[in-house]
Design a protein around this ligand. Structure first.
Ligand code: ZN
Length: 491
C-alpha cells in the first residue's frame, strides 16, 4: 500500500507536473504518513530518498554539446550522398575511388575526415580501419572486402582507459535492389544521418579536450565507429563486435544510430527519438535466463540500464530532443548493428526517429506521376536540426559515461534472513567518491528513488527487497554517474 502511493508520486513528477524540489517534499510527506518505521533509508537514519530523476549536468559537457553543428552535419550527409551508391557490393577499386563513386570513395573520405578532426586536436584521435573479406552469402554474391572505419579518443586516465564507450552508424546504403551497386542509393537518412552523428561526436568531443578555459578530460576511451555491410546482413558490426569480444574489450556501452534523420513529413515528432533496447539478453546462457526468471529481471538487461542512462542524460542536458525508451530489441521486420553487439554480450541500444517514411528508405529514386509520391532517401527529406539534436544526446551520453567511475563490481543483495529491509554490498570502484543506490517499483519503467551512500560499500534500506528493483551506481566527486548494476542475491 505504502509503496503504491510512493510510486504514484514519482510518476507524477516524471510527467513534469511538479518541480523536483516539490516532488521530493511530497515523497517525504507520503513516506512519513505511510511508513511506520520512519524515513531513514540507511539503518543509521540517513537523509530521506530523493527521486532518481534529479537532473545533474557537467557544465563542460553542456558546453561541448553546444558545439554540435547542424550545418556541419548537413555537409557530411550531402558529401556521403555524393558518392552515388554506397552499397557494400558497389565498386571500391582505385579508379572508382578517384572518381568519387562507390563505397571505397566513401570509406576513404570518412577516414580523411577523422584524420582532419585529429589534426585539429593535436593528434588526439587514432584513426583505424578494420578490414576483412566476407565470403559469399545470401546478399553477398562474391567474396567482398568490407571495411569499418573508426577513431579512438584514448582515455586520459591510464587506470580507466581500458574501459570503452562507443557510438556507431552504418555508412553503406542501398536502393530497391540489394544487389545493385551502381544506380543511385543516396542513403541520406539510412544511414547518412547515423554516420554523421558518429563523425560529429568525434569532432566535438575531440575538440572539447582542447578547450582553453575548461578542457573536458575523459578518463574512459571513446570510439567513434562507422561500419559497412549493414544492409547485406550486419556484416561489418558483426566482425567488429566479435573482435571486441575476442580481444576482451571492456566495452560498457554501444550507441547505434540508424535512421535518425527526422524525416520531414506528416506525423513526424521532432521532439523525440526512440531508443530501442533488448530485454532478455541475446547472449544470456540457460543458467542466466533461469536466474532472470526467478528474480523478475526481464527488464534489467545491461542494454536496458543503458537506455535508462540515456533517459537520465536527456533530463540533465538540453539536447533539443527527448529519448523515448522502447522496451524492444528493434522495430518489426527490421534489425540493426546494435544486435551484433548484443549477441556478443555487450550493452547496446538503437536510436531511430519516431516516424519512418518507407518511401524514403531502400527505394530507387523516382517519382510516381500518378500519385505524385517521391521515392528515395534524399537529403531534402532530412531535418538537419533534428540530426544535430540526436548528435547532442549521443555526445552528452558518451561524455557522461566517459567521465564516470567504473560501475561497482560484485553488487550483492544479502538474502540470508527473511526480513523486510534490504542490505546491499559491493566492491569499491576506481574513481568513485560515493555510491548511489537507485530503486523502482517492479512495474515502473525507470528508476524512481535514489539514496547516496558516502562512506563504505554497503547500505541497508528500509525498503522491502521483494517489492522493488535495486541498482547501485558509482559517483565521482564531480557528480558523474556510472551505469547502475543490479545486485545478485547472496545467501
Ligand atoms: Zn540502416
Amino acid at each position: 500500500m505504502a509503496y503504491q502511493k510512493n510510486s504514484a508520486i514519482a510518476q507524477t513528477s516524471h510527467f513534469g507536473l511538479l518541480s523536483t524540489g516539490l516532488a521530493a517534499i511530497m515523497v517525504v510527506t507520503v513516506l512519513a504518513s505511510f511508513s511506520p518505521r520512519g524515513l531513514a533509508q540507511e539503518v543509521d537514519q540517513g537523509p530521506p530518498p530523493r527521486l532518481a530523476a534529479d537532473p545533474h549536468a557537467d557544465s563542460r559537457i553542456a558546453e561541448a554539446i553546444r558545439q554540435v553543428s547542424a550545418d556541419h552535419i548537413r555537409q557530411t550527409i550531402e558529401k556521403l550522398v555524393s558518392f552515388n551508391n554506397r552499397s557494400t557490393i558497389s565498386p571500391q577499386d582505385e579508379e572508382s575511388i578517384k572518381a568519387g563513386k562507390g563505397i571505397g570513395a566513401a570509406r576513404e573520405w570518412i577516414k580523411a575526415e577523422f584524420e582532419r578532426y585529429s589534426k585539429d586536436c593535436g593528434g588526439c584521435l587514432e584513426v583505424k580501419t578494420d578490414t576483412f573479406t566476407e565470403q559469399p552469402a545470401e546478399r553477398i554474391p562474391k567474396p567482398t572486402e568490407i571495411t569499418n572505419v573508426y577513431a579512438v579518443l584514448r582515455g586520459s586516465d591510464p587506470l580507466q582507459a581500458n574501459r570503452i564507450v562507443l557510438v556507431t552508424g552504418h555508412y553503406d546504403s542501398r536502393n530497391s535492389d540489394t544487389f545493385n551497386g551502381t544506380d543511385p542509393a543516396p542513403g541520406a537518412n539510412d544511414d547518412g544521418s547515423g554516420t554523421a552523428v558518429s563523425l560529429e561526436c568525434a569532432r566535438v568531443l575531440s575538440q572539447a579536450s582542447r578547450t582553453a578555459k575548461y578542457p573536458a578530460k575523459f578518463p574512459v576511451t571513446i570510439i567513434f565507429l562507422t561500419v559497412a555491410g549493414e544492409e547485406q546482413g550486419l556484416n561489418g558490426s558483426k566482425h567488429f563486435a566479435q573482435m571486441a569480444k575476442e580481444q576482451g574489450w571492456k566495452l560498457e556501452a554501444v550507441l547505434n544510430n540508424d535512421i535518425v534523420g527526422g524525416n520531414l513529413g506528416p506525423g513526424q515528432d521532432a521532439s523525440v527519438v526512440r531508443v530501442f533496447s533488448e530485454g532478455l539478453p541475446a547472449a544470456a546462457t540457460e543458467a542466466e535466463i533461469r536466474r532472470i526468471r526467478m528474480l523478475g529481471g526481464e527488464s534489467d538487461s545491461s542494454s536496458r540500464e543503458l537506455a535508462r542512462y540515456i533517459a537520465d542524460v536527456g533530463r540533465s542536458y538540453n539536447a533539443g530532443v527527448k529519448p523515448m525508451m522502447i522496451f524492444r530489441l528493434d522495430r518489426f521486420l527490421r534489425g540493426g548493428d546494435h544486435y551484433s553487439f548484443n549477441q556478443q554480450g555487450f550493452a547496446a541500444v538503437r536510436f531511430t526517429e519516431l516516424r519512418e517514411d518507407y518511401n524514403h528508405q531502400h527505394q530507387n529514386v523516382r517519382k510516381d506521376d500518378a500519385t505524385g509520391i517521391e521515392y528515395g532517401d534524399l537529403p531534402k527529406f532530412v531535418n538537419f536540426d533534428y540530426v544535430a539534436h540526436v548528435a547532442r544526446l549521443n555526445a552528452a551520453t558518451l561524455a557522461s559515461l566517459a567521465s564516470s567511475p567504473a560501475p561497482p563490481a560484485s553488487v550483492k543483495m544479502l538474502t540470508k534472513n527473511l526480513e523486510n529491509d534490504a542490505t546491499l554490498t559491493w566492491e569499491p570502484s576506481a574513481g568513485a567518491a560515493a555510491y548511489e543506490v537507485v530503486w523502482r517499483s517492479t512495474s515502473a519503467a525507470d528508476w524512481e528513488y535514489a539514496q547516496m551512500v558516502t562512506s563504505g560499500a554497503r547500505a541497508t534500506l528500509k525498503v522491502s527487497k521483494d517489492n522493488v528493483i535495486f541498482g547501485v551506481r558509482a559517483v565521482d566527486a564531480a557528480g558523474h554517474r556510472s551505469l547502475p548494476v543490479v545486485p545478485e542475491p547472496e545467501r
